[in-house]
Design a protein around this ligand. Structure first.
Ligand code: FAD
Length: 511
């Protein structure tokens, strides 16, 4: 009987090898005996699709890709990896959300990528909206799909990213920021509960009350403690429309002063506040403005060499447009934008949230466009120094390319127990330098990023990187600061063999 059983296992293994092609030497053959083997692909065409990301700056092929049809499939893979981790045939695992990282954070050289999208493929039961104002969404779900589903119930998540073709698990592993965060905090502040497959292959439900260390650790945890397979996200009644404004400034202090006024007001007028630096050559890139207005703004930008605009959104419905106008009229009188340079549009709520996809061209990445982006959080007390050194210094000297975002957050809307790190100041700014590049000029932009980081270090500006990229543990330790020891403890507890998300380059061996 033993002989028959062994031959059955052998013949199964050999037929799986036949189907899969050449089995990668990096992976233990024991994987072939798991009941998820039919969901694993090792052919080079498949692995090549998971070898780079939106940034396009890093390349590393996995040995295999798992296409899970349930969270249990992921748990089976991780449990197996954990049990083989002390042998010579250990391998790493990374969840691949939508691959919209910039620096290879979702890559796993020689290991196994979990294609999260596969969890939701062809299924309608991975987004469930509750009348108690929350939604249970699979970690693989794109925020645009969460929005579409919740709107069917007249509800909507409160906090967003600018671009909605990112996964729930991918943004919650960072923070998830946009112009609503001043009011509601980042997306991670709007989560009630998570299901997580840890680095030991255990499936754990966690919240502020239950397994809270894992809950707080995973939110902003850069995929280091587990793979999010479900998130329960807070909802609010969805507005119908948005009055969308852009107000122009030639002076940085007036620009930031007005932003700070708007985000600190106790009376609720603006639901969304962001801002941008605009140079003459970037003025024509948006369909927000009419041709006449574009010309007018171009002349202003040419005269001042660079201008700023506050972008605001006022949600409404069932309130009427005329009520919004009345509210805005008195507020705008208190602001210091250049007279005649306030522009408005009125759009459906979904069009507003989906504006990047509808308006901008950088959201769809052709293979040959690279994105050497740099995102930072800068304390309010040093934002003028940053302006002088970076906007009026480094960027002016180098002639900047592309989108530059600047807008403030309220520290109190962030939960310090979560892994995400921010500057230690009540108000801090996010700065997003988001150029597109070619293979010929990305290195130049990358060295500009280094120059900006060097400048901040030299000037003692206590910034934090958002979507951080570091390559040494000393840098990671500095990044996490007071949170580092707790981060390491959580790693020991939930991913002791350092199997998960190696592309973040935080732990290269067991902590
Ligand atoms: P991936 O790139 O696939 O993965 C990112 C990391 O998270 C990897 O380490 C991966 O292993 C891990 N991971 C993925 N899924 C899971 C999971 N389910 N559980 C645990 N770990 C997981 N960010 C903002 O905050 N605001 C914005 O407005 C914003 N706009 C963007 C616009 C564009 C065009 C792009 C390219 C990025 C933008 N980002 C923004 C950054 C984005 O939120 C992060 O890069 C995010 O990680 C991308 O999500 P993803 O689903 O593509 O994740």
């Amino acid at each position: 009987a033993l002989f028959v059983a062994l031959s059955l296992v052998n013949s199964f293994v050999f037929s799986a090898v036949d189907r899969l092609g050449t089995w990668p030497a990096a992976l233990p053959e024991g994987l072939l005996a798991l009941d998820i083997v039919d969901k694993i692909q090792v052919d080079p065409n498949t692995t090549a699709r998971f070898s780079s990301d939106y940034g396009g700056l890093s390349q590393a092929a996995p040995a295999a890709v798992l296409y899970p049809s349930s969270p249990d499939d992921i748990a089976t893979l991780v449990r197996f990896a954990y049990s083989s981790s002390s042998s010579s045939s250990s391998f790493s695992i990374a969840a691949h959300g939508h691959g919209h990282s910039i620096r290879g954070q979702a890559l796993v050289p020689g290991g196994v990528v979990v294609d999260m999208a596969s969890l939701g493929r062809g299924r309608s039961d991975r987004i469930n909206v509750s009348s108690d104002w929350y939604v249970d969404a699979g970690g693989e779900q794109l925020w645009i799909d969460v929005l579409r589903e919740t709107l069917k119930h007249g509800l909507s998540p409160r906090s967003w990213t600018d671009y909605l073709y990112l996964t729930v698990g991918g943004t919650l592993s960072n923070a998830g920021i946009s112009g609503q965060a001043f009011r509601h905090g980042p997306q991670i502040s709007n989560v009630y509960e998570l299901d997580v497959v840890t680095g030991k292959g255990d499936t754990i439900t966690c919240s502020r009350e239950e397994n809270s260390d894992l809950f707080y650790g995973v939110l902003g945890g850069l995929g280091q403690f587990g793979i999010i397979t479900r998130a329960r996200i807070a909802l609010e009644p969805a507005p119908r429309r948005v009055r969308w404004l852009r107000l122009f400034y030639t002076d940085f202090s007036s620009f930031t002063g007005d932003q700070e006024l708007l985000v600190s007001m106790t009376e609720k007028v603006f639901d969304y506040v962001e801002g941008q630096l605009l140079t003459e050559k970037d003025v024509g890139n948006s369909s927000f403005f009419s041709d006449n207005d574009t010309e007018k703004i171009k002349m202003l930008a040419a005269e001042y060499g660079g201008i700023y605009f506050v972008e605001g959104g006022v949600y409404y419905g069932p309130a009427t447009a005329s009520m919004v106008d009345r509210k805005l009229e008195s507020l705008l009188k208190r602001l210091s934008f250049v007279p005649g340079f306030a522009f408005t549009k009125d759009v459906a709520y979904i069009s507003f949230l989906n504006r990047v996809q509808e308006e901008e061209t950088h959201s769809t990445a052709p293979e040959d466009v690279l994105h050497p982006w740099l995102n930072m959080f800068v304390p309010k007390s040093r934002i003028r120094d940053f302006e002088m050194g970076v906007f009026k210094g480094i960027l002016k000297k180098n002639n900047p390319i592309g989108l530059v975002l600047i807008y403030p957050f309220d520290k109190n809307k962030w939960d310090d127990k979560m892994s995400a790190v921010i500057p230690d100041e009540e108000v801090f700014y996010t700065i997003g330098l988001l150029p597109s590049a070619t293979v010929d000029d990305w290195k130049y932009l990358d060295s500009q990023n280094d120059e900006i980081l060097r400048f901040c270090h030299q000037e003692g500006i206590d910034f934090k990187q958002y979507l951080p990229h570091y390559t040494t543990q000393t840098d990671w330790k500095n990044h996490f600061g007071l949170k580092w020891d707790a981060f390491v403890q959580l790693k020991r507890r939930y991913d002791p063999q350092a199997l998960l998300s190696p592309g973040q380059r935080i732990f290269t061996s067991s902590p």
